[in-house]
Design a protein. Sequence first.
Length: 400
Amino acid sequence: MNRNAVAVIGGCGHVGLPLAAVNAASGRQTYIYDVNEQAIAQIERGEAPFLERGLEELLPEIVGNGTLRLSSHPRVLAEARFVVLVVGTPVDRYLNPDVDALFDALSPCVPHLRDGQTLVLRSTVYPGLSRKIQDYLDGRGLDVDVAFCPERVAQGYAIEEIRELPQIISAFGPRGLEAAREFFEPLAPEVVVLEPLEAELAKLFTNAYRYIEFATVNQFYMIAQEHGADYHRIQQAIQHGYPRLRHLPGPGLAAGPCLLKDTMQLAAFYNHQFSLGHAALWINEGLPDFIVGKLKQRHDLSQRTVGILGLAFKAENDDKRDSLSYKLRKLLRLEARRTLCHDPYVRDPEILPLDKVIEESDILVIATPHREYRERAFPADKEIVDMWNCLSPRSESAPQ
Ligand SMILES: NC(=O)c1ccc[n+]([C@@H]2O[C@H](COP(=O)([O-])OP(=O)(O)OC[C@H]3O[C@@H](n4cnc5c(N)ncnc54)[C@H](O)[C@@H]3O)[C@@H](O)[C@H]2O)c1
């Protein structure tokens, strides 16, 4: 075992790959074990399988010089002192955490783990799961320390933020904690120590807070719209020279693979009594319905073509996982004569060229505030729904 080497289980994913790349770029021998052979082949060619700032530049060098090696077999785990587990941790269709996912991923790895290793849990987990994983490994006679060290970076900015944000670390004993410190100190500017349960909750609180924050402004937006007031003018006014509201986000579709799921993990942990979290879900998931409802008040949609601009869940990203643009599309398909869509980054067979979508649509809904839309001069005869206010100073067509 190499005392400094790292292996990342799920290392081809959105969280695993940037971490593996930053490790390899710091000079540490890094291995990726992943079941996605297509992604492995792509990364081995030095190509990033998804958009992540700075990744495309790092990969050719670290793959080329062998600092980053990839495998679809877990035997590579035996080489590493630090094993990072970062596979997805979904909620099921009833919004309950699927706690089996981590054990399913871990069990074929167990024969390749070695005494003295540290298993860094990087997936977001249901509180208490780190303890269960430590017990699971102890029960198999392995002398492996589990350290829960959550990822808190913004997707698309991971390469920078891993190096810029303080890293929360936790473990079940001083040896595991020391190893977690040793793992992260060369990468992050600072480590912050918590107990494992505290660290698990810290991650869920971070995402749930963000989700609730978006819901707050989304509800303000809906209240203003409902009463014919321009929400964006109100937000500008209340933020102007007023430090306590400086960080208020703008309204917009709040989705993606983490915020809702983590809010629901917290709700499940709190016996489904997390009323703020559930209210945030109703509001955020209800925004597409609100938009379609307002359009229906103004138009006979059965006679209109609606263009959806943006399918990714966030700007300048190609990730469509759990994007509310798809819910919007589903709703519009029930109402509109035709629904067209465009995204500059997402791969989707139904995407059409932007010019065609603009030309053939009566109404355009900016679902994702990609730069291409912000910089575009749209024809004056198109109605544009711009909940993000990304076309400002041109303001959204006022509800009638
Ligand atoms: N996406 C984010 O911005 C973000 C941020 C913080 C935390 N997280 C958390 O990180 C975790 C991973 O999220 P992600 O967005 O990277 O997911 P992802 O789907 O992009 O990546 C998961 C990777 O794991 C691989 N994988 C799946 N099962 C495997 C198995 N049994 N063995 C080996 N590899 C396997 C997949 O092929 C994939 O490459 C989740 O718990 C998520 O909540 C995500």
